[in-house]
Design a protein around this ligand. Structure first.
Ligand SMILES: [Zn+2]
Length: 137
């Protein structure tokens, strides 16, 4: 899930983390919610509308509470992001679409000169009285 979207020095940073508080230990299948440590994983770089996008995924290392389990700690798996670890995973694609929509909404609402200029029809800049005169009157 997306935690925050910030813009730092022209680079859009997306902070994401795994959903839920518990994670399943791959060693014994037991659920655990005891967080051992956290770290940030930089997932992918992409570009939306010419703006660079950086995705930071916060991953937790959890302590397995099963005494008999060989694994003392394990890193949680984040569906769609770490399982199918790819530069263009489905979730990333969805994220980028969301960002693109956010950017589009911001450009339309604010007085962005670039956005306004693009929507302006340039033909009206030169009205055609000369064409009327050429017609004979
Ligand atoms: Zn375990």
């Amino acid at each position: 899930m997306i935690e925050r979207i910030t813009c730092v020095d022209g680079v859009i940073e997306i902070g994401a983390r795994a959903r839920g508080f518990t994670a399943v230990c791959p060693g014994c299948g037991e659920c655990s919610r005891r967080v051992h440590s956290r770290y940030e994983r930089r997932l992918a770089d992409a570009a939306v509308g010419g703006q660079p996008v950086r995705i930071r995924l916060r991953v937790r290392r959890l302590v397995c509470t099963q005494v008999s389990c060989a694994r003392k700690t394990f890193v949680e798996q984040v569906e769609d992001l770490t399982v199918r670890y790819g530069r263009h995973s489905q979730l990333l694609h969805t994220m980028l679409q969301t960002i693109a929509l956010l950017l589009a909404g911001r450009a339309g609402g604010a007085a962005d000169p670039a956005a306004r200029g693009a929507g302006e029809p340039h033909d009206d800049a030169a009205p055609g009285p000369r064409h009327a005169r050429a017609g004979g009157r």
